[in-house]
Design a protein around this ligand. Structure first.
Ligand code: PSV
Ligand code: MN
Length: 404
């Protein structure tokens, strides 16, 4: 329950600390988290995809659900598409339909990992014919960007090998660079290419874009419109993601995020559930980069299997708001002063103080001021939207395996 008095008390305390509360709220209202179309349909693990009553059956239903999430949260105005999962004949019509739901089309994700011909890779495949097919699909996605008003081409490749000696890693690197250079030429003038990396899966000996360094080196060769995409589930245990974020921001090559939470592998769980401090550290780097982070795209990439789809999505958005709000409360002046004087724990204490602040009244107030309910999760739970779509759409049988 939102209590106006809680907000007043917090605002007073922040004000006394020299924090401009109005400015913090303005930044919270302007936050932009993109939700993925594939998060609204049935998805799961490679062991089983459970059917969820009311899970969206097609792109129109996914956009309708995304519109509902946007109505509740106010900070999820775009939806990422995965092609061909979301393929339609009339892209302009789809963009129009999305607008009617209150959302826009976000990143376009080509899918070059589910066709038979990609067994040995897509853009790194030993066969030139297969590589050409993969490039043709990515070029088609550049055209979809123009038709839907999207400015992001988001690339992830399942390319890699399972055994040493299976293929030449250096030949594959050169094939990849050639294919990406060809695709890059087709980007819309205002478009950006985001290159995502992952150090394992489905390749278990090597993957062709294993880490941020490889994605960064590739982006540098391609040109200014190519940047790195950080998926928080794609690192080895213990990797300091905030450091990667800070480095890429400083280089002007951080294109965006795929947010999710992981404990073991690429678990694709709800962001901020088991990793709230990690998420906060990431947002601290973004906030301290100032306008250097203006073009960063914040996207969710999760695979909800046993949890209610819409609640999972709203919670993901809320957790991103919470991490951002806390990062905005970091006393930057005190932080810098303590850093420069070599006060090891003093600097950490500044971050900890912001992290420990209960920002719920602040978020509630920002929502009220934008005409939203202060507690989107409570609204969702009380609302009949989920029951209604379950009745209307029924429970479709999920195809086995990971996601589709
Ligand atoms: C791969 O694990 C990934 O993170 C890529 O972003 C894909 O596009 C997405 O998951 C959905 O399969
Ligand atoms: Mn991803």
């Amino acid at each position: 329950m939102h209590q106006a008095a809680d907000y007043e008390r917090l605002a007073e305390r922040l004000d006394a600390q020299g924090i401009d509360v109005e400015e913090v709220k303005d930044r919270l209202k302007a936050q932009h988290i993109e939700t993925p179309s594939w998060g609204y349909g049935n998805s799961g693990t490679r062991f089983k995809v459970y059917s969820w009553p009311g899970a969206a059956r097609n792109i129109q239903e996914k956009l309708a659900d995304a519109g509902y999430v946007q109505r509740l949260t106010g900070v999820a105005p775009t939806v990422a598409l995965h092609i061909p999962w979301d393929k339609v004949d009339d892209w302009e019509g789809l963009a129009q339909f999305a607008a009617e739901q209150g959302v826009g089309i976000g990143a376009i994700n080509p899918n070059v990992f589910q066709e038979e011909q990609y067994r040995l890779g897509s853009i790194t495949n030993p066969s030139a014919t297969v590589r050409e097919e993969a490039v043709a699909h990515m070029v088609e996605c550049c055209e979809i960007m123009t038709l839907t008003g999207s400015d992001l081409l988001s690339l992830w490749f399942a390319d890699g090998s399972n055994y040493s000696g299976q293929d030449s890693m250096s030949d594959r690197k050169r094939r990849m660079e050639a294919a990406l250079a060809e695709t890059y030429r087709h980007l819309p003038a205002s478009g950006r290419m985001l290159i995502e990396y992952k150090f394992f899966e489905p390749g278990f000996y090597h993957t062709d874009l294993a880490d941020w360094g490889m994605a960064y080196a590739t982006a540098l060769k391609l040109g200014e419109q190519a940047q790195v995409l950080v998926d928080t589930g794609h690192h080895a245990q213990g990797t300091n993601i905030a450091h990667i974020v800070s480095f890429l921001l400083d280089e002007g090559r951080l294109g965006g995020f795929h947010f999710n939470a992981r404990r073991y592998a690429d678990d694709d769980l709800i962001v901020g559930t088991n990793n709230p401090f990690e998420l906060f550290e990431i947002f601290c780097e973004l906030v301290s980069a100032g306008s250097g982070a203006d073009d960063v795209a914040y996207m969710i990439d999760q695979s909800h299997n046993i949890e209610p789809k819409l609640e999972a999505m709203v919670l993901s958005v809320v957790n991103c708001q919470t991490a951002f709000a806390k990062a905005l409360l970091v006393d930057q002046e005190a932080l810098q002063e303590r850093q420069l004087s070599g006060d090891v724990l003093g600097g950490h204490a500044v971050l900890a103080a912001a992290f420990e602040t209960d920002v719920r009244p602040l978020l509630a107030q920002a929502r009220i001021e934008t005409g939203r309910d202060p507690d989107p999760l409570a609204v969702l739970r009380a609302d009949d939207y989920s029951e209604r779509v379950a009745r209307e759409r029924g429970t479709i049988e999920a195809s086995g395996g990971y996601p589709g």
